[in-house]
Ligand binder design. Structure first.
Ligand code: NAP
Length: 347
């Protein structure tokens, strides 16, 4: 466990280090919640960064953009207004970033929402929440790899459910049959870790972090309860008014989740498999290197499955077998195929 005091110590050490300047970061899903908390901390501690923020409404993001600029006048914040559940839009946004930047140091992804609704297809044929939790995030990572490889210490983060991987139906990764949001969420979780492991084999200078944030008070549960169908609507509404305020007392705040987000992208705790340079993040005494998801002959693979307190999650009951059966490769190939199908449908 990394306690919040150590996280703050590390973040301060980052601010005072020579490595806080000139970073280029891409935040996907940071107009609210954990991403927003992390973006605010990043703006507070980094020196003169260039930051791309992806979201659906620049107008709605104006107060946030003003706050960020005021907290760090030397920074450049560029808002890309787009609907990122569409792979076509992800590609266009990445093209824009590639046209303007020579490197990307940080890709922080946390878009999405939970809903009891049935499958909700985009015009590209993907379930929208499933795209946001997995296909969109991985497409950003994949598209930006040429720029990430130019960074001395690149990091990709997905805030989802690291450590909670479970059995998945590899013949229905897009959850076209017997859809439930639980099945989709389970698929997205296991797919994320396996796809990160596959990418880390080809790009060992990049660290890939898949984190479960715990219960963070972002309104995510209230929004989920508001989608309860039929007769479940009333008990869900009651829970929202009576139980949720009590549960929220035990939740992590957006600010604290943001402090942990900044720690993830700046600490030496999460080195890649093959660092390009000696610097792999800010070192603070008492914060050891985390255990990677696969360690062979003492060498980690640069992928981290993390719990809410930024500890490496215990090995999953399913992942060792999946790795032996090359399900990681299958998941990756199916991901590419799903992207291709989506892009074919897009207008
Ligand atoms: N909060 C928790 O307690 C918790 C616990 C476990 C796991 N998680 C997971 O962690 C991630 C982040 O959670 P959070 O609570 O920070 O999320 P959040 O604040 O509810 O949402 C994050 C972002 O998702 C984007 N988004 C929502 N609907 C969208 C849509 N239809 N199309 C495109 N973008 C959309 C929003 O961007 P725009 O509206 O600007 O486009 C928003 O900035 C999620 O995947 C969540 O499931 C959260």
């Amino acid at each position: 466990m990394v306690n919040i005091k150590s996280v703050r110590e590390s973040n301060l050490a980052f601010k005072l280090s020579g490595h806080a300047s000139g970073l280029v970061a891409v935040f996907v899903g940071a107009t609210s919640g954990i991403g927003k908390g992390t973006l605010k901390q990043f703006a507070k501690y980094a020196q003169a960064p260039k930051v791309y923020i992806l979201g659906r409404s620049k107008k709605a993001a104006h107060p946030l953009l003003d706050e960020l600029q005021a907290s760090n006048p030397q920074s450049k914040f560029e808002f890309i207004e787009t609907e990122i559940s569409l792979m076509k839009n992800v590609d266009l946004a990445c093209d824009q970033i590639k046209a303007n930047e020579k490197k990307v140091d940080i890709l922080f992804t946390s878009p999405g929402y939970l809903s009891f609704d049935s499958r909700k297809e985009s015009v590209e044929g993907m379930d929208i929440p499933h795209a946001l939790r997995y296909y969109t995030r991985l497409r950003f990572a994949y598209n930006l790899i040429p720029l990430l490889l130019e960074s001395p210490n690149p990091r990709v983060v997905s805030i989802l459910a690291g450590g909670q991987e479970s059995e998945i139906d590899i013949n229905d990764l897009e959850v076209r049959n017997d859809f439930s949001f639980i099945k989709a969420a389970k698929n997205g979780t296991t797919q994320t870790t396996l796809a990160f492991e596959e990418l880390a084999k080809s790009y060992p200078s990049i660290s890939f972090l898949h984190k479960y944030p715990g219960f963070v008070n972002t309104g995510v549960i209230a929004r989920l309860l508001s989608t309860a169908p039929g007769i479940f609507y009333y008990p869900a509404a009651l829970a929202s008014f009576l139980v949720l305020p009590i549960l929220n007392l035990f939740s992590t705040s957006e600010d604290e989740a943001g402090e942990r987000g900044l720690f993830l992208v700046t600490s030496a705790r999460y080195p890649p498999a093959k660092p390009k340079t000696e610097f792999v993040g800010v070192e603070v005494q008492g914060i050891p290197v985390a255990t990677a998801s696969v360690v062979k002959d003492g060498q980690g693979n640069g992928v981290y499955r993390l719990t809410s307190d930024d500890e490496s999650a215990p090995e999953s009951p399913v992942l060792p077998g999946y790795r032996l059966d090359h399900v990681d490769k299958t998941v990756w190939e199916e991901t590419v195929a799903a992207w291709d199908r989506a892009l074919e449908k897009s207008t």
